[in-house]
Design a protein around this ligand. Sequence first.
Ligand code: GLU
Length: 485
Amino acid sequence: MTRPDEIRVRFAPSPTGFLHVGGARTALFNWLWARHSGGTFVLRIEDTDVERSTEEMIAEILDGLGWLGLDWDEGPHYQSERAERHREAVESLVEAGRAYPCFCTVQELEAEREAAIARKAAYVYSGRCRSIDPEEAARRREAGESHTIRFEVPAGDTAWEDVVHGRTAFENDRIGDFIVLRSDGAPVYNLAVTVDDMDMRITHVIRGDDHISNTPRQILLYRALGAPVPTFAHVPLILGPDKSKLSKRHGAVGVTHYRDRGYLPDAFVNFLALLGWSPGDDREMMTREELVEAFTLERITGKSAVFDTDKLEWLNGQHLSAMSGEAIAERALPWFVDEGVSSEERIRDRWAWFVELMELIKARSRTLGDLVRQGRPFFPGEVEYDPEAVEKFWKDGDQARAALAVAAEWVASQPDFDELDRMESELRSLAEERGVSAGKVMQSIRVAITGQRVSPGIFETMAAMGREVVEERIEAAREWLAEGV
Ligand code: GLU
């Protein structure tokens, strides 16, 4: 049983497309509100558009919610399974005199529409079939005459206090008697949503601004069905960085795309939460727990939010840096395996080393893909030299060869790579003796062993790679350079 004060929210995606950024944000706001208030989060799949809804998209949406960690307490309910209940609600409206059969033909309606266009007026159904005597209407239905069922919209205004937009009102005259049941017996969207939200005892409807124009129809239906009207919070659109509607180019793709690009679910959730909501202080990087704690509907902003990929990257880097090496190692492991860097078995064999490696490279990485790029050189195998690194540090071949000759001599003199301070001071004094800049030697070693221009501290890097790999790579670099640069 629902407690009278229990908050119940729902996410109600239509499985006609991916769980894109906008939908995921709607799901998140509902989830956060449920978790913040100790309420219930219901998942309802609105699959009534049979032509456009697919099993594949349903799976994709559930997968996306799973990745984001937005667990639901009830459902998934499938709207398509509730058509009987929707029809029953429509019949109850007819019986109560709040809805009526409409026998207007397509041609008659088209004529009304054209007349409205000629008058330069917005088209609203005339309400012609309202005046048919209910008994006669029932007889005609009985006889199988084609008809829809229309809701009889009363005169006046329909208004609500939107949590985000404040008082919002529509004139009922402009709505006109709308269809609730099609001639083929299929319930229309606004009817199905209202009956479902009513039956599922939803207290707060949090959804995108694009649904504002549906809200007065739904409110009229709640009232006619004798159900309490929930609180509405319409969340503003998400725009691309150029302030245009968010397109595929900007990130209007399925959220699993971000999973596949190496983003962390906690970072992505943090990013989504800040699209149109703020904690009211200057915090940006927030854990899931902090978001749950701080989330209230009142803090949703009325302005559209801008999708900023740089910010997403930055937040991901922040979340990554805050994780322990162990936690990162677990997340990164499949990435290293999939990218062919090593096998799971070999990594597990050197687990402590791998964890330390993650600690070493996490500060310079923003995504799991970055970790692989940074981490790859620490595994045995050939190093690919980044052309920019070669250009920057090995442009002068003679100088590079001289620096690497010192590097090779120094490595040969090192018993092991345990003491970073000793390694450094011995390298510096040898470089000085040989009349080569110690900085150049270190830069050349960096390119030789990582192939990159930047890496973590060079001595830490060498220690993590091990002496043997470093020695081999310095040799390989010398050979490469001997072939003439
Ligand atoms: N099924 C609708 C959609 O995916 C949402 C309905 C609602 O939130 O009221 O846009």
